[in-house]
Design a protein. Structure first.
Length: 142
């Protein structure tokens, strides 16, 4: 939605956009994908973080991400608390170490890792409350 507001500018003012059920399903799929890319524990993002930064740094990054998710749930939007508990319960555990933790990643795999983290950031960019108001949708986090 933030990218839509950047691309369309003031053209959204006074209009209500109704999502088709398939578009809503796509949005939900993106949300679940973004949650899976969080660099926490046994989620895909945790495995990517382990490979890119090593297990010790990855554990610190994962702890910080989980604390941030709980903090956002407490201070920004309480709906995130549900997802924070789900992520903590399911993925917060440490799994088995990788079979090869000695060989460094090549440039291509590092680029894919950074692309995955950029994808996470692009999906989870917060939507400004002005966009909610211009679309006539009650803002969930105000």
């Amino acid at each position: 939605a933030t990218l839509a507001s950047l691309g369309l500018g003031d053209n959204l003012t006074g209009h209500v956009i109704l999502l088709h059920p398939l578009a809503f399903a796509g949005w939900l799929g993106l949300l679940v994908t973004a949650l899976n890319l969080l660099p926490i524990g046994q989620l895909d993002g945790g495995h990517i973080s382990d490979a890119m930064f090593g297990q010790r740094r990855s554990a610190m990054i994962g702890s910080a991400a989980l604390v941030a998710l709980f903090g956002l749930g407490i201070f920004v939007w309480s709906g995130l608390l549900f997802w924070a508990f789900i992520v903590w319960f399911i993925a917060g555990r440490k799994g088995l170490p990788p079979l090869n933790d000695i060989t460094p990643l090549g440039a291509g795999r590092l680029a894919l890792g950074w692309f995955a983290l950029a994808t996470l950031a692009a999906i989870l960019i917060p939507v400004p409350h002005e966009l909610f108001e211009s679309l006539g949708i009650p803002c969930p986090y105000l």
